[in-house]
Ligand binder design. Structure first.
Ligand code: ADP
Ligand code: MG
Length: 258
């Protein structure tokens, strides 16, 4: 199993939308996929139709009570895609774990390689706190959604500093699989300028595929289905399918055969 954390400490940059739609695209290509919702707001859970009443166990139970992963995941309505949901009590987890020696390693321990999944995507909350730290410690790869706006690069450098710290202290194998530009609006000059800056700064780290600003992507969650299912031919869905294909080409060879 390859574990991919989707993180950016800024809220509203497209982490959850990316997690849901890339997970759906990977499941559609036949990969057994697990989506882990690590945001107490539970948007990834709701976005694939797993509502609070259906969340008997969640990522909170896995992290705080060390309940086995297999007892906590639930199937989604999408074939091949399972979910470890988030509940609001996750917002207390950072405090509850503060004195635990293994507090940064709880998710890593839970996602050991015997789970039967080919790939696991971890949707992070908008902070660099203990939940995101657990995701980065558990992950093989980091995928960063970046919105093309004025302070994007500053936020990114803070995130990359955190990645270096995690590599030094908790997870030397953590790599960055790529940065995807989200809510891309070609008609907006600022978008163009930021995108040029980011590409000249970070070059090949940036995925070729940009995710356009697309209203269908924002409508889908209220229907409890990924955009890829809500409207598979809209520009946003097509972009996420292209992103998933590009992501697969960036994965180590051994994983592709899985
Ligand atoms: P995050 O998880 O980083 O907070 P979300 O994925 O929840 O970000 O996106 C924030 C909001 O923007 C949501 O309402 C979502 O539906 C919407 N959104 C995300 N990506 C796009 C896009 N490419 N085009 C239009 N709306 C988007
Ligand atoms: Mg989110």
């Amino acid at each position: 199993m390859i574990r991919i954390a989707i993180a950016n400490q800024k809220g509203g940059v497209g982490k959850t939308t990316t997690a849901i739609n890339v997970a759906t695209a990977l499941a559609a290509t036949g990969w057994k996929t697990l989506l882990v919702d690590l945001d107490p707001q539970g948007n990834a859970s709701t976005g694939i139709g797993v509502y609070p009443a259906d969340r008997e166990f969640s990522s909170y139970d896995v992290l705080v009570d060390k309940r086995p992963l297999a007892e906590c995941v639930v199937p989604s309505s999408i074939p091949g895609l399972d979910l470890l949901a988030a509940t609001v009590d996750l917002s207390g987890a950072e405090v509850e774990l503060v004195n635990a020696d293994d507090r940064a390693h709880r998710l890593r321990a839970a996602l050991r390689d015997d789970s039967g999944y080919d790939v696991c995507l971890i949707d992070c909350p908008p902070s660099l706190g203990l939940l995101t730290l657990n995701a980065l410690t558990a992950a093989d790869k980091l995928l960063v959604p970046l919105q093309c706006e004025f302070f994007a690069l500053e936020g990114l450098s803070q995130l990359l500093t955190t990645v270096e710290r995690v590599q030094q202290r908790f997870n030397p194998d953590l790599g960055i699989i790529g940065i995807v530009l989200t809510m891309f609006d070609r008609r907006n000059r600022l978008t163009d300028q930021v995108s040029d800056d980011v590409r000249s700064c970070l070059g090949p780290l940036i995925f070729e595929t940009n995710i356009p600003r697309n209203v269908r992507l924002s409508e889908a969650p209220s229907h409890g289905v990924p955009a890829l299912i809500y409207d598979h031919s809209c520009a946003g869905s097509r972009a996420y399918m292209a992103l998933a294909r590009e992501l697969i080409t960036r994965l180590p060879e051994a994983r592709k055969a899985a």
